[in-house]
Ligand binder design. Structure first.
Ligand SMILES: Nc1ncnc2c1ncn2[C@@H]1O[C@H](COP(=O)(O)OP(=O)(O)OP(=O)(O)O)[C@@H](O)[C@H]1O
Length: 284
């Protein structure tokens, strides 16, 4: 079963269109969502959460329509949004008194345990916490009602590498057969570490969806000099980028390519390099 199914999702703003996008987040998986600033990640996440009234298309969460069964859905999801936060004069204890009313399975001992394990005292008001600590409180608040699905917009931004690792471990442990995570981030190494698949969005369109294992195994960036290009001619590629010294190709068949052209330099593709190819290169 899919935790999230997005079909034909469209949001039109004066200077931006989320262009009838489609993707699934399968149960039991972590899906990374990447794209440059302004590509449409937050818009997509907000539309999934039914926070954009003029969004068109359909979104279902565990088979429930996100508009018609909004309340039933909200109980099952934990959310971290980039720009939303609790009242800054609240202590974490006061936040819990609000959330306990919203979620019937709010788990206060678990929330306290998470805070304590990360050195956050209950009596501190949010505005006195560091940026990283606030980010952690947001994540712990999203986890403490034991949701089935986590939808996270830039959850690890502002966290140091050690804290990020701890949080990624929590996400990793969260996953079971019927649970899932949709996770946007500019910290592509976090996505590389835990995502099962990655969705690339560019200027409001989904341009690439890859299985991580396949991506790591088979995606590459082939760099051809002018003479190599003249020798072998045009190759099969997803994106092409011409630079002063070579023509670079994002390819999805690195191992086969290396067998056929052992003399050509092919680097393993990273998410970051792929994002650059998407942004600066031309699509086939
Ligand atoms: N309420 C709004 N009204 C008009 N335009 C909007 C609104 N919200 C977002 N946009 C536009 O939609 C585009 C996509 O924004 P969005 O926040 O979804 O991008 P993003 O991929 O999350 O970027 P970032 O990585 O910077 O957070 C931007 O051009 C933004 O200006």
């Amino acid at each position: 079963m899919n935790a999230i199914e997005v079909k034909n999702l469209e949001v039109v703003y004066p200077e931006f269109t989320l262009d009838k996008i489609e993707f699934n987040v399968p149960s039991g998986s972590i899906v990374g969502f990447v794209g440059e600033n302004g590509a449409g990640k937050t818009t997509t996440i907000k539309a999934i959460l039914n926070l954009i009234s003029h969004a068109k298309g359909s979104v279902s969460i565990y088979g429930l329509d996100n508009q018609e069964q909004e309340l039933a859905i909200k109980k099952q999801i934990g959310v971290v949004l980039d720009d939303a936060f609790f009242y800054e004069d609240f202590t974490t204890k006061e936040i819990a008194t609000v959330l306990v009313k919203m979620y019937h399975n709010w788990d206060q001992p678990y929330f306290n345990e998470l805070l304590k394990a990360h050195g956050i005292t209950e009596s501190k008001v949010l505005k006195e916490l560091s940026k990283g600590m606030k980010a952690k409180v947001k994540i712990f608040a999203a986890l403490a009602h034991h949701p089935r699905l986590l939808i996270l917009d830039e959850p690890t931004t502002g966290l140091d590498p050690v804290s990020r690792d701890e949080i990624l471990d929590i996400f990793y442990d969260f996953i079971e057969e019927d649970k899932a995570i949709l996770f946007s981030s500019h910290i592509t190494s976090d996505i590389e570490k835990i995502a099962d698949s990655v969705i690339f969005i560019d200027r409001g369109k989904i341009v690439l969806t890859t299985d991580q294992a396949e991506f790591q195994e088979d995606f590459g960036i082939a760099k051809l000099t002018a003479s190599q290009l003249a020798d072998i001619g045009e190759i099969d590629y997803l994106y092409r980028l011409k630079t002063a010294i070579s023509t670079q190709y994002l390819i999805s068949n690195r191992r086969m390519f290396l067998k056929e052209y052992p003399d050509i330099v092919v680097e393993k593709a990273t998410i970051e390099a792929t994002l650059l190819m998407i942004k600066k290169g031309e699509v086939r």
